[in-house]
Structures are given as structure tokens and as C-alpha cells.
Design a protein around this ligand. Structure first.
Ligand SMILES: [Ca+2]
Ligand SMILES: [Ca+2]
Length: 239
């Protein structure tokens, strides 16, 4: 769902009505029964309001919630393919980030033109943590704290070597229906493994109406997988 090219009265009205519905909706028991907690560690002490990542702001996918398989995430492989795998355990923060969790984590590297390759559509920051090795059916939760009720646009920093679809839930209810993630594969790159490292941003992936307060967002991988997710930028619309 890309609304950036079709902002009209109907979409604005729809967003306003959605916000009103979200604010007036009865509190679900999702949060009261949710066992996950906002991510934190010895180096990252969380965002605001009890550690939740703040909106407006940049929500880091690698800082998905703590709580484990079936609570904070679902991953199809028990091992962390990145931390402690591709990135050997060496005592460093980045190589061992969540290495005992099933969600597969890595980070951008600027040596040997890995993530600073000439086929990027955007150049990510170096040492940017991301969720990788994604497969259809996988998901992870991000507890966020919305500072101000309103309509927000979402940008996504990602790679995708075959396209795919993702969606977002809020407190267990659909928030953003299936979004097409455009492939960043290019036949111009002769290095096969680097097809997983062509970075891009989906600008204005969706517009969402969010009430103020803490909620849990769930990012679902619907089709194809093989996408890397770095962050979701939530910006107040028209700012
Ligand atoms: Ca895994
Ligand atoms: Ca995975």
C-alpha cells in the first residue's frame, strides 16, 4: 500500500477516521497478556516510557522485543545465522548481538564493498544492525511509545533479492496490509552473495493513524523472505 502518490481527500479522511477509531477502540487485552518486553542490554538502555522505542523516530528492527520464540518473535531456524554464525563470536557487541536468539541478526560492513557496494540505491550507515535471513511466516515484535497521537508515514531501510510482501500489526490487529517490497537484485552485480546487500529505502511505505501511548508493532514476512530489515522511520505526516 503506497499512498505517497495518491494523497487526496478520501485518503486523508480515511486516515483521520482510522485515528479516531484507534483512539476510541476499547482497550484490548493484548498488552495486558503480552509477555514480551522492550529490548535493552548493557549498551542499549531502551527508548522512552519503560524502554519502548519512540515514535516519532527511527525504530530499529534488531531491537525487537525480548521474550523469546512464540512471544516476541517467530523464526524458522533455531540458530542465529548471523550473530555467532556468519559473524563469529569474538566478544564484540556487534558479532555477538542476541547470538542466543533465533532471530538472525547481522550488521552492515564497509570492508570489501559488502554493504557499501556500488549497487546500493541508498548507502546505509556502517555497523547498522539488521534482521536478516528472513522467511515467510516469520515475525517479530517491536514495543513502541507513540509520543503524540497522529498520522505517521513509514519509511523502511531494507534489502531484498527477490521482492516479497510484509505487513504490520498493532497490538495483534492489522495495521498495514501487505506491502510490496521491491527487489534490489541487479544482474549488473557479478557477486552472487551480494544480492542480499543492495540497500534501499521504501519511502512512505504506508501512512498509519496511531494513538498516543505504548503499543506493540509486529512485522510479518508474508512472502519470499530473503529480505533484510534495518529500521522503520515513523514521521509525522507533512513534516
Ligand atoms: Ca534463526
Ligand atoms: Ca530467520
Amino acid at each position: 500500500m503506497r499512498w505517497n502518490s495518491c494523497l487526496n481527500t478520501r485518503t486523508i479522511l480515511s486516515a483521520v477516521l482510522g485515528l479516531a477509531a484507534a483512539i476510541s477502540a476499547p482497550a484490548t487485552d493484548f498488552l495486558s497478556s503480552y509477555k514480551g518486553i522492550p529490548y535493552h542490554d548493557s549498551r542499549y538502555h531502551g527508548g522512552v516510557l519503560g524502554g519502548a522505542q519512540a515514535i516519532p523516530g527511527r525504530v530499529q528492527c534488531a531491537y525487537y522485543d525480548l521474550g523469546g520464540e512464540g512471544i516476541a518473535y517467530h523464526d524458522t531456524t533455531e540458530k542465529n545465522e548471523g550473530s555467532g554464525g556468519l559473524n563469529p563470536a569474538d566478544g564484540s557487541y556487534l558479532n555477538e548481538f542476541c547470538m542466543h536468539e533465533a532471530v538472525d541478526i547481522s550488521y552492515t560492513k564497509f570492508h570489501d564493498a559488502i554493504d557499501n557496494n556500488p549497487y546500493n540505491k541508498v548507502v546505509p550507515e556502517e555497523n547498522q544492525l539488521y534482521v536478516g535471513w528472513t522467511q515467510p511466516g516469520e515475525w517479530f515484535n517491536l514495543t513502541v511509545a507513540v509520543q503524540q497521537a497522529g498520522v505517521y508515514t513509514i519509511d523502511l531501510l531494507y534489502t531484498s533479492n527477490r521482492g516479497g510482501k510484509i505487513s504490520l500489526d498493532r497490538n495483534g490487529q492489522p495495521l498495514v496490509s501487505a506491502v510490496d517490497i521491491i527487489s534490489t537484485k541487479t544482474d549488473q552485480d557479478p557477486v552472487a552473495w551480494r544480492q542480499w546487500h543492495h540497500w534501499n529505502i521504501v519511502t512512505n511505505m504506508a501512512e498509519v493513524a496511531l494513538p498516543k501511548g505504548v503499543c506493540v508493532l509486529t512485522l510479518h514476512v508474508l512472502t519470499e523472505g530473503n529480505m533484510n530489515f534495518a529500521w522503520l522511520d515513523f514521521k509525522p505526516r507533512n513534516k
